[in-house]
Design a protein around this ligand. Sequence first.
Ligand code: AMP
Ligand code: GLY
Length: 416
Amino acid sequence: MNVLVIGSGAREHALAGRLGAEGNRVYCGPGNAGTADVAENLSLDPDDAEAAARACREVRADLVVIGPEDPLAAGLADKLRRAGYPVFGPGAGAARLESSKDFARAFAERHGVPRARTEVLRTEAELRDYIGRTSGKRVLKKSGLAAGKGVLESPDPEELLAFGRSVLGGDVLLAEEFLTGRELSVFAVCDGTRRIVLPPCGDHKKPLPGNLGPNTGGMGALCPVPFAGPDLLARIEAEVVEPTFRGLAREGLAYPGVLFLGIMAAPDGPKLLEYNVRFGDPETQSLLAVLGGNLGDLLASAASGSLDPGAAAAAAAAPETWACGFVAAAPGYPGAYPKGIPVEAVPGNVPGRSSVFHASTRRDPSGRLVTGGGRCFTAVGLGGTLAEARKNGLDAVRGIRFEGAWFREDIGAMPA
Ligand code: AMP
Ligand code: GLY
């Protein structure tokens, strides 16, 4: 099968690597310096639908996998499907589940999906009123896309006001009750009708040990999740996943692709934090390291509307090994950070032990490897226990060297 993977992150590197290892001919657009080792990179702007359609034609794509949210929200999947290509990913209509948190909130409320009590704030007067009459830690969210950085949790009225004002004007705010509990990321692969749930992942959204600091896109992820036993997973399926998919079917929004449900396992039951309409990053790097079965068959059968039962059953099975991923980030991330930092060392992959995935890296004109984003690499350790996977991941991430590189050391070390 000829597969075109759209995107340039570590998630796309992991997807392309696995699809290539399964014997597919993989193209990555635009990819990065790491995907060049496992696929053929195509110079392509994911936001240019015409260029993507041309690339599909040129490589005779049997399957297109769209990694990031921006091209999905802009309707790239609609355009490529109209041009006759099987695409794994939603059209712009269903992508609103991610691109508008307000749309997702209203959808979840219509279909009885449990979530935090929420108010929608549209003006500064409403924001000031909300801050004045509530107390304690509160959560403010920008409704539109924000690369994981549009959410503030804070008890501080000044900080809430400053964040809220920076969003209002161009967008609306969701003000949510602060939920306590443990977070997990759940991925449901759907062919437009049937769905399966993949093994759960545990992302670490905060940059500092102990889960402190502002939100990031994710600093590391586990798969599976130590605290997510069969009882919790069954409750998530019955109370969150099932009403969501019933709602998608009723509203004509079910799509061939993956729905990512961010879940808070709160003391009174699982609650939806957010929907995303794509695979998670860095979750995918850990998930694919332990996922059973043939990924290409799973994605291609979903894209063509008829989920392959064998691939689906293997992918849904509980993994026998553990994966623990660490993101190596640029200095300053999630705030402003430099790009183009020369990379001095990247450890090689060690089968059964660790793999390193690139994010937006490139070669400069002299052939030197340089960084290109805030989250620059993901090092994933594998093991028969979480502790072993964690150790292997730490060994690998410590070998990634560029000026100012940092990572969150306690991924996988949080109390289970
Ligand atoms: P979101 O992009 O909506 O998933 O929010 C980003 C992160 O903010 C989540 O992964 C949680 O860590 C945190 N968060 C979001 N909403 C809430 C909430 N209502 N209560 C507590 N934490 C939250
Ligand atoms: N790691 C969270 C996300 O992909 O949105």
